[in-house]
Ligand binder design. Sequence first.
Ligand code: GUN
Length: 299
Amino acid sequence: MAWGIYINCIIMTARILSAKPCVEEVKLELKKRCESLKARGCHPAMSVVLVGDNPASLSYIRNKKKLCEEIGAKFTLHQLLPGISPDDFLKVVQGLNNDPGTHGIIIQLPVTDHLAVLDLPQLVIPSKDIDGFHGENTRKLFEGSTDMKLLLPCTPKGVVNLLKYYGYPVEGKNIVIVGRSLIVGKPLSLLLTNLNATVTLTHSKTKDLKHFTRNADIVVAAIGKAHFLDKTFFDSAKKTVVIDVGMNSQNGKLVGDVHTQDVSEVVSAVSPVPGGVGPMTVLSLIENLITAAEKQIKG
Ligand code: GUN
């Protein structure tokens, strides 16, 4: 009896899926690929086009610049005035598209509203589209590709690589994605489907969301609401793995979509915010840059 009471008092503590060891490992490989390109006369270079001075964007850009330079690639920020006309904005992107010394380009989102008249995901040519947003690159996901060397959208690629690094296979697993954004939920649902997972794509209008999350092997939270998923969304018997894509600001602090401390009692593993999917996304971007440069010198 006393033993039974003791067992009931044990509090589970989830494994924390930090990006750090994975980033350190892949960084070494990217450094080597960058060196090899330089030895062949190609110095990989990325350009970021930013409109205005959104503090969150500037912070993300600093992380991209840091990793880019750490592996030996070049980084240039093109910071444009918030009032730039669509024509002048197009000229900047087209100039970079035509520049043989630029191998990867991203347009940092969000841009100011008046630029919405432009079809932003299609502006960077597919071969330099290291965000993986262009229709020609996303089409490969619709066609069923599982080739992780393609210019795939960075966050989905980062989520899959984080699960792989920590030894969680996705094949045959019931995976629930919470959030259907164009950058994360939708492309991730395709990538995981191609990798033979059974995917349920849920969103803010899903009825009885907990029914889905409580029955999942893996839950990916990408709904953009601070601490939205607490322990009531999980069934401890399922030993769920939780990946938190959220990047929300709460009282000046960066927090995820998952209440990590709370869910730690009932899930088997959870990725932290900060230090989880964020750095994995940056890693995917820089990996895409090197892949893009390698393909461009092959012609
Ligand atoms: N803003 C927030 N996330 C992203 C991203 O993945 N790519 C770009 N270009 N802008 C972003």
